[in-house]
Structure formats: C-alpha cells, structure tokens
Design a protein around this ligand. Structure first.
Ligand code: PMP
Length: 426
C-alpha cells in the first residue's frame, strides 16, 4: 500500500526503465505478488477480486495449467519446425471448436500478430487494401494493426485505407441495429472504392469490448457480413476478447450472430497467461497468401504452448466453465439490475455471459453516460478491493470481465462493492 517504503522506489524504477511506454493501472499503482482463482494478492497483503482480467480466464495460476506448462518445459521446448504429438493433439482439439470450413490454424504469440497475419491474408486474397473497423476498436500493436486500432491512435487520423464506423449500439443506429450497422459498412465500402483502396475486410471484435460491449440483438452482424461478402471482402472475427467460452451461449463470440467468418483471430485466454494466440482460416486463403511470403513464428506452436493450451481446453471442459459463464453471468446481471432499480445512474446493462458492459450516467440520462463517473467508481471499487476497468470512447462503460471460474459469493462481493462505490460517488 501507500505506506510501503519500497513502493515509491518500485514506481520510479518502472518509469525509469520503461519511460513513456509505461502503462499502469491507477494513479497509485498496486504492486502484486501472487494470485489464485479470481483473487490477486498485493505486496501489502490486500486481496483484490479480479473483475478486469480475461487472460487468466480459467482462474489465476490454475494448478492443472501450471503443471502442464512446467512439465513440458522440463521435457522439451523447441520451435515449431519439428513434429510433436502434443502440438497436433492441441490443434485437432482446437479445430473441433470451429466451423468445418476453418480448416487451418496458425499459431502466434500475441493477438496483435494474429490480426496482423489475418489482415495480410485478407489483403493478399482480395487484392484490395481497405479495412473497416469500429470507432473505438483495438486490434493490436504492430505497424499494420495499429492503423486499424482507432482507440490506440492519440494524434492524427486513420490512413486512407481504414474506415471506422460507429459501434453497433442504439446511440448510433436506433432500434434497427442490424440494418444501421450494415448500412454503415456499405457506405464505408463505397468510400474505400472511391479512394481506390477496395475492400479487403471487415474486422470486428465480435462483442465490441473496447467500443463499450455490444452483444444484442443476437444475429445483428449477419447483414453487415453479407454486405462485405457481396463486395468481395472477407470477414475477420477478432475473438481475442469474447472467445473461449466467455459469452456462455457459445465457445466463440461470432456464433452468437450465426455468421461465418473467413478468418478468426484469437489470443488472451488461450494460454491462461502463457503468450498464445493465432488464427483459424479457410485453407484456400492461407494457401494463396503463402505463395507470396509464407509464415514462420519462432516461439508459437512450441510443445510448451501446445501443452498449456491443451490444459486450458481441458479445464474449460472439465470444470464446465462455459456453462458457469451463463449461470454466473445471469446471477451477476440480476444483481446489477437490482442495483439499477435503486440507483438510476446505472443507465444501461449490456453483454453476454461473463462479459458485461454497464453504462453510468451522472444525470441518469442513458444518452449521456459519463466517463468521469465511471472513473470515480473504478477508483472507489479499488478501495473496496475490486479491480475493474472501463470501455467506450469516453470510458463511459464499466467493463465487467472476471475469470470464468467465478463463484456466486464473489458476485455478491462485487455487487456489494459496486453499491458502496456508487454511494461514495454521490
Ligand atoms: N484484439 C483485441 C480485441 C484485443 O483486445 C487485443 C488486446 N487488448 C488485441 C487484439 C491484441 O492482443 P495482444 O495484446 O495479445 O497483442
């Protein structure tokens, strides 16, 4: 905590070491030392309930995942140019979760690399450059995907080949979100054509997390995807956030919309903290791309990655975590709805399973959610030992994204903390 004499030194060392690229949570950052399940322990002994983190999605330091990783690291860890049983077992298991046409999987070490590869495959196979994304999207940190990540660009606009459209909420499209969003995609395609770029892909996070979490109505993406396909573009579903069972109703977020992606990118929860990511792709698209350049990634698809990823899939299945996302997510939603009846500043609750977005409006007007209030509540929640983040263009949405092993008692803890925090931010 604040009075720990070692902490100021740790913060200044961090700033000295990482400089302007240092990104930390909270003005008074927390030093963490260990974690288990949904809880993280700070250096001063405080336990925090983690409602932010969808990387250790099956639970922090899950023993089965940790031992799979450690055992394989002690036996063999090499690059992917050799044959290895566990690697193919893992890829076969992962493929079972996808529609049949996504026959190939290429592993990478980060979601950024996965999206980078996905858009290069799309651009190569369509012969076009243009990419359509949403206004506050984040798709990663390479040169190419930073250009399609409006939320990461602090100064200057998007390049000519990228068009950002408003996220699929009532705010922009009223009551017919499917038609409105499809129209926006159509106009973007026309503009890209006028600019001589053509359309390579529509890229969306299928739960629109950084835009503020937009999940309903189910199926609203179908029209937009049809528009892109008709124009000769491909549909890339970025599953880095909603994937691996988080939305409860399906293993992948796109399934909620009953759409057929040409490429799926995935990451974050894939290795429960071990850096794993990748794409699932139509083989003919990958083959065309590889005629030109091919793809090799030193660390991806290593035996340790495969053993870790396989353990993650086992735990999701054996502990019924996708179902827990549905059941616990519904319980969490009930708690939020109950709070909303008491406090009119909770102006909208969206999401699916254990991925919820909650707008807070200082004046109760749903059309005017407040980033300031959300920021205040996030800081108050920290004092009540809950870690949570914000989403949306103005940070006006509480982003609720706990590990999938969440328990009812932990939902109760969260709701109580949120109630107290809202009262403290009067
Ligand atoms: N896509 C989405 C939707 C993301 O949220 C992120 C990371 N926040 C990425 C891609 C990039 O993944 P990574 O940080 O593993 O490169």
């Amino acid at each position: 905590g604040r009075n720990d004499p070692a902490r100021p030194d740790l913060l200044s060392r961090r700033l000295r070491n990482v400089g302007a690229a240092s990104v930390l949570f909270y003005r008074d950052p927390i030093e963490m030392v260990s974690a288990s399940g949904c809880w993280m322990t700070a250096a001063d002994g405080t336990n925090y309930l983690d409602f932010y983190n969808n990387v250790p999605s099956v639970g922090h330091c899950h023993p089965q995942v940790v031992s799979a990783m450690a055992d394989q690291a002690a036996r063999l860890n090499i690059n992917s140019r050799y044959l290895h049983q566990t690697v193919e077992t893992y890829l076969d298991r992962l493929k079972e979760t996808f529609p049949d046409h996504l026959e190939n999987i290429v592993l990478t070490c980060s979601g950024s690399e996965a999206n980078d590869l996905a858009i290069r495959v799309a651009q190569r196979t369509t012969g076009a450059l243009g990419i359509i994304v949403t206004e506050s999207a984040y798709h990663g940190n390479t040169a190419a995907v930073t250009e399609i990540s409006p939320s990461a660009i602090k100064r200057g606009g998007l390049p000519d080949h990228v068009i950002a459209i408003p996220p699929p909420g009532k705010q922009a499209y009223g009551d017919n979100i499917a038609a409105g969003f499809a129209d926006a995609v159509h106009s973007a395609i026309e503009t890209l054509k006028e600019r001589g770029c053509g359309v390579a892909a529509l890229v969306v996070d299928s739960i629109f997390s950084s835009d503020g979490v937009f999940s309903n109505p189910k199926g609203f993406l179908r029209l937009a995807v049809a528009v892109v396909h008709r124009a000769g573009g491909v549909f890339i579903a970025d599953e880095v956030q909603p994937g691996f069972g988080r939305t409860g109703d399906a293993f992948w977020g796109f399934a909620r919309h009953d759409v057929v992606p040409d490429i799926v990118s995935m990451g974050k929860p894939m290795g429960n903290g071990f850096p794993m990511a990748g794409i699932a792709v139509r083989p003919e698209l990958l083959a065309a791309f590889c005629e030109d350049v091919g793809y090799f990634n030193t660390f991806a698809a290593s035996p340790v990655a495969a053993a870790t990823g396989l353990a993650v899939l086992d735990v999701i299945r054996d502990e019924n975590l996708q179902n827990n996302a549905t059941v616990c997510g519904a319980y969490l939603r009930e708690g939020l709805q109950h709070l909303a009846e008491i406090d009119g500043r909770i102006s909208d609750i969206r999401g699916a399973g254990l991925f919820l977005g909650v707008d807070l409006s200082a004046n109760g007007d749903a059309a005017q959610p407040s980033g300031q209030l959300v920021g205040d509540v996030i800081n108050a929640m920290r004092r009540h030992r809950v870690l949570i983040g914000a989403a949306g263009k103005y940070g006006q949405t509480l982003k609720i994204r706990p590990p999938l092993c969440l328990k009812r008692s932990e939902v109760d803890f969260f709701i109580e903390a949120l109630g107290k925090s809202l009262r403290a931010c009067g």
